[in-house]
Design a protein around this ligand. Structure first.
Ligand code: R5P
Length: 297
């Protein structure tokens, strides 16, 4: 298996980190925009018979997807043996049900599109709520890398006396593992979402609030509503506790993150699956391990 890593537009630094950690060659592309807005893609390395790993940042996916699909097809035109999508953040996973008549189940539609264009998918902590595994929607082999260890290491550098708290039931899958690494107590709360930016969190007694630090953990911070509401509920109930927030994927705009600081949160961190001011927890090593461990398909 001769592997080569490529970066889709916007993922260059992550692709370089992964290639260097994996000890795999990084391929090169040349992109040129025509006056009409279409793009000419030139693959500058020979990919014939290679297993290609295409690293793509798929937050804000709609404007990026055509480029990624064009690349997948381009590698195939030039004889690549397999093309694997390495999408550290897997979009559209939260739209896994039609909440109202006529709504498209985008998680399924997106999965079909990716399954028909790639041979395998590698991602980090996908949002699995109503689906138990990606196999329920993806028709290709999938590998889910977990950010639990890097996040636990970040927490241990910032607190040695924590209770790990998840804002809703589905966060238990991440909270339990991180708490396990830290040998810390954990609890998940209950969330009712009323709108994109309107959530209600119920706060039962936290198991061990002798801890000085409450560490809120979720897979995604997007509008920030879930985390900020949880912060405020915890502050009202435990005014002396310090609060840290972490997530695998932070999609929030900088002004949202400033609201965490204004609310008195000591630190907010996320992995670099999505680029942002708080994406300080590196995930490249975990992705390079997944690529190195990929077997022939
Ligand atoms: C959904 O259940 C996820 O786990 C997150 O809790 C959610 O996506 C966070 O979104 P927001 O920041 O917009 O509340």
């Amino acid at each position: 298996m001769t592997k080569m890593i490529f970066s889709a537009e916007g993922a260059q630094s992550l692709a370089e980190d992964i290639a260097s950690a994996a000890g795999i060659a990084l391929g090169h592309l040349n992109l040129r925009r025509f006056p009409d807005g279409e793009t000419l893609i030139q693959i500058l390395d020979a990919v014939k018979n290679h297993d290609i790993f295409l690293v793509a940042r798929l937050d804000n996916p709609d404007p990026k997807l055509l480029h990624v699909l064009m690349l997948a097809n381009g590698f195939r035109q030039q004889g690549a043996k397999t093309v694997t999508l390495v999408a550290p953040y897997l979009p559209y996973m939260r739209q896994d049900i039609a909440f109202n008549p006529g709504e498209v189940v985008s998680a399924e539609a997106f999965a079909k599109l990716i399954s028909h264009n790639f041979d395998r998918l590698i991602t980090v902590d996908p949002h699995l709520h109503r689906y138990q595994t990606l196999d329920e929607v993806y028709e290709i082999p999938t590998v889910c890398v977990s950010a639990d260890v890097p996040i636990a290491e970040w927490v241990s550098r910032h607190s040695d006396d924590s209770v790990i708290v998840g804002p809703d039931i589905e966060s238990e899958q991440w909270v339990r593992k991180i708490a396990g690494h830290l040998q810390a107590p954990f609890q998940t709360l209950r969330k009712i979402r009323r709108g994109d930016r309107d959530v209600e969190i119920s706060l039962p007694d936290l198991a061990d609030l002798n801890a000085r630090t409450i560490v809120l953990v979720d897979d995604i911070i997007s509008s920030g509503a879930t985390m900020l509401e949880t912060v405020q509920r915890c502050q009202r109930a435990y005014p002396n506790a310090e609060i840290l927030c972490c997530a695998t994927h932070c999609l929030a705009a900088p002004d949202v993150l400033e609201r965490f600081t204004s609310a008195g949160v000591r630190a907010v961190a996320a992995t670099d699956t999505v680029l942002g001011p708080n994406s300080t927890i590196g995930i490249a090593n975990k992705l390079s391990d997944a690529i190195n461990q990929s077997a022939d398909i």
